[in-house]
Design a protein around this ligand. Structure first.
Ligand code: CO
Length: 188
């Protein structure tokens, strides 16, 4: 199943949650600007729960909907790996970015690629929770970094767009491998 092909698909429509898997670079889903979520229902909650499951299975600290082929503005994160620290953000926006810091980042959609990315040290995330209620949180350090990384995903932006020239050379071979793997899988 190629979920992305239904570009206007809504979460819960024709989507078998168990069939969702993490798509890898250069899947075109990763380059789309995602649509806002307008329906806050049980389907959305079930989708978010599946995203959390996939994030933990991949040993990641964050996962955005387009990474599983759903072009909607939602991401999940867990900065500590502890069960109680799972968070879901719907229709998130990053505001009040302050300070900056460079640190290594990876991405579940670009396996075995780790690059230095400069991001704001502190920011505020403004969005909604699964009930559609407004949420506003001030973040710093790792949680701030994760929120910026995941919000980038919702706009089709990857760490590959934010890395420096040295990293660009370093990861070139691995990106070619991922491109070849994607091609050989056909549609996915
Ligand atoms: Co990522």
């Amino acid at each position: 199943m190629k979920v992305c092909s239904a570009a206007g698909c809504d979460v819960g429509m024709d989507v078998d949650l168990q069939e969702l898997t993490i798509v890898h670079y250069p899947d075109p889903c990763l380059r789309k600007v995602c649509e806002p979520i307008t329906r806050f229902d049980d389907d959305l909650a079930a989708f978010a729960a599946r995203m959390i499951e996939l994030m933990h299975a991949g040993k990641g600290v964050g996962l955005a909907a387009p990474q599983v082929g759903i072009l909607k503005r939602l991401f999940v994160m867990n900065a500590t790996g502890e069960e109680g620290d799972d968070c879901v953000f719907v229709n998130p926006e990053i505001h009040d970015m302050r300070g900056n810091k460079e640190a290594e980042e990876g991405c579940l959609s670009i396996p075995e690629v780790y690059v230095q990315v400069r991001r704001a040290l502190r920011c505020r995330i403004v969005g909604q929770n699964l009930a559609g209620e407004p949420v506003e949180v001030d973040l710093e350090e790792l949680p701030a970094r994760i929120c910026q990384h995941e919000t980038d995903h919702l706009n089709g932006v990857l760490i590959l767009d934010r890395m420096g020239p040295g990293d660009r050379i370093k990861v070139r071979k691995r990106l070619r491998e991922l491109e070849a793997a994607y091609k050989s899988r056909g549609s996915r």
